[in-house]
Design a protein around this ligand. Structure first.
Ligand code: FMN
Length: 169
């Protein structure tokens, strides 16, 4: 298990090709467990999860042009925001984003690959329909999870381009 936070954050990549191996329930629960420890405004914990495997997972693959990533993955975690507990849309969505990042990092520490899928949100209502999930829960992301079958590289802007005002760092 990787423990160094810097190595963990920098080694996580979006993985879009997966090996055809099953992920045990214990690992999925561990990923959700770390998600629920994210911070949230007023500690309202607006995230909700739906874990899809096999045919269930494939039901939603047609709603995104990245459907092949869903099909190839072993497990998909649909992340919803619960409108009944929300108090400020921006803050609540940011909290769910923090929850998602926690889950991506937990998966990475288990040597599992993930891809955060957002393009599917163009069809978020349809996802609720086929999964029979109440409208009170709004889809925020689908996370495809599986054993990695690629090692992509990724770039970031240099830090000096990102700092708007240089004071004393
Ligand atoms: C809000 C959000 C939506 C994303 N949606 C998609 C998507 O629909 N399909 C996809 O292949 N990747 C998607 N990604 C992954 C990004 O393309 C990826 O994080 C970015 O290119 C940086 O690469 P890295 O994650 O490997 O560092 C999404 C990422 C975020 C944060």
């Amino acid at each position: 298990m990787k423990t160094d936070i810097e190595i963990l954050i920098k080694s996580r990549r979006s993985i879009r090709k997966f090996k055809n191996f099953d992920i045990g329930e214990e690992k999925v629960l561990k990923i959700l467990e770390l998600g629920r420890w994210a911070p949230s405004g007023l500690n309202n914990q607006p995230w909700r999860f739906c874990v899809l495997r096999a045919s269930e997972k494939d039901k939603i693959s047609k709603f995104t042009s990245y459907g092949n990533i869903i099909t190839e993955s072993n497990v998909c975690i649909c992340v919803f925001i619960d409108s009944d507990v929300c108090y400020d849309r921006t803050k609540d969505l940011l909290a769910v984003g923090a929850c998602i990042q926690n889950m991506l990092l937990m998966a990475e520490s288990l040597n599992l690959g993930t891809c955060w899928l957002g393009e599917i949100l163009k069809n978020k209502e349809k996802v609720n329909e086929v999964l029979n999930i109440d409208k009170r829960y709004e889809l925020v992301a689908v996370i495809a999870v599986g054993y990695k079958d690629e090692s992509p590289v990724s770039e970031r802007e240099e830090l000096d381009k990102l700092i708007l005002l240089v004071g004393n760092i």
